[in-house]
Ligand binder design. Structure first.
Ligand code: PMP
Length: 348
């Protein structure tokens, strides 16, 4: 049985979310002398003298409208990376608890586990890059707090079968985190619509990929109100700057143009999926639901270095489990992709 209270670290249970004196005064006050800000302000950037809204209410309302999720079911982090780290800090007792990852997958689940002194258990994906459910089951014990599933997965690019994810959600009493950083490029639908069915589900998304805003650092976690309350208890009060909140509020008003841009990138992905296999150096292009392709080539290190020498930077994943001999290549603009194809054509 899933029980949030028994999963939580004991020191977290008694915490209350940060609240400032300003929260007790609703509306605009005449004078603010409560937070030791500088009331005169920076000569150049006067309008940034106040702390930002710790609850990011304005952008939560916009995200709520776009995603069809209540504002109380949204946590906003300084990138998904903060959403990942805070889950370890909320649920995993250092030196005692463990989590399960399914490699090859996104590196921060492991980095954050190491930083937080949490044991990492690995259930590698099968040869078709799907979950090995039988193996995952053998790894679970009473100290397993989190299972990380990345879909579409980085670096393989495929989506994880929905039925398998639901199998994990139905059978695991800890928290299942589904990282949907690349969901807007995918043919598969988001699990956000299943939040009401699964109290143990956390869905993570980000503005870094489809929204094109990696530089702003804004990640989102969607979950039950109870799990979001846990996030709110432990988050740094002002984790999203005023500048970022303003810019993101603007960007979120522009869904139609973003959808057009996503279509363009998916079209380019399809073009690369067609053109890359025609090249002599390419052995296999794995199907992708993301904005990158895992590409098996004849000489991964050699081609990686050759591309670098031609000022084209891709990711060498040839030493990574199940990705042997492969490069991970982000889908660029049409011109960038032409540059890549031309360079690869000339490799000897
Ligand atoms: N999740 C996955 C699967 C990723 O590939 C990445 C970035 N490469 C992230 C999360 C990080 O997202 P953010 O920029 O929001 O921290």
């Amino acid at each position: 049985m899933f029980d949030l209270n028994t999963l939580l670290r004991s020191n977290i249970k008694a915490l209350v979310p940060y609240s400032s004196a300003r929260d007790e005064f609703h509306g605009e006050a005449k004078v603010y002398l409560d937070a030791n800000e500088n009331s005169i302000g920076s000569p150049l950037l006067k309008w940034y003298n106040r702390y930002p809204d710790p609850q990011q209410q304005k952008i939560k309302e916009k995200i709520s409208a776009i995603k069809g999720v209540s504002t109380k079911q949204i946590f906003i982090g300084n990138g998904s990376d903060e959403c990942i780290d805070l889950l370890y800090r909320a649920f995993c007792n250092p030196g005692v608890d463990n989590v399960i990852i399914c490699p090859p997958t996104y590196g921060m689940y492991e980095v954050s586990a190491n930083i937080n002194d949490v044991e990492l258990r690995k259930a590698p994906l099968l040869d078709d890059f799907q979950l090995n459910l039988a193996h995952m089951e053998t790894l679970v014990d009473e100290h397993t707090k989190l299972i990380w599933i990345c879909s579409p997965n980085n670096p393989t690019g495929n989506s994880i079968n929905m039925a398998d994810i639901e199998m994990v959600l139905n059978n695991f009493d800890g928290i299942v985190v589904v990282d949907e950083a690349y969901i807007n490029f995918s043919r598969q639908r988001s699990l956000v619509t299943l939040l009401a069915d699964y109290p143990n589900l956390v869905v993570m998304q980000t503005l870094s990929k489809a929204w094109g805003l990696a530089g702003l650092r804004l990640g989102m976690a969607f979950a039950s109100e109870e799990i979001i309350n846990v996030y709110n208890k432990i988050k740094p009060p002002y984790n999203i700057s005023e500048a970022v909140q303003e810019l993101v509020a603007k960007a979120l008003d522009n869904v139609e143009d973003v959808n057009e841009m996503i279509k363009e990138l998916v079209k380019e992905r399809k073009r690369l999926e067609t053109e890359l296999p025609k090249l002599a150096v390419v052995e296999k292009v794995y199907p992708s639901d993301a904005n990158f392709l895992l590409v098996k080539v004849v000489d991964a290190r050699g081609i990686y270095e050759y591309l670098l020498a031609n000022q084209i930077v891709v990711r060498d994943r040839s030493k990574v489990l199940l990705c042997e001999g492969s490069l991970r290549i982000t889908v660029g603009t049409a011109r960038e992709n032409d540059e890549l194809l031309n360079a690869l054509q000339k490799f000897i």
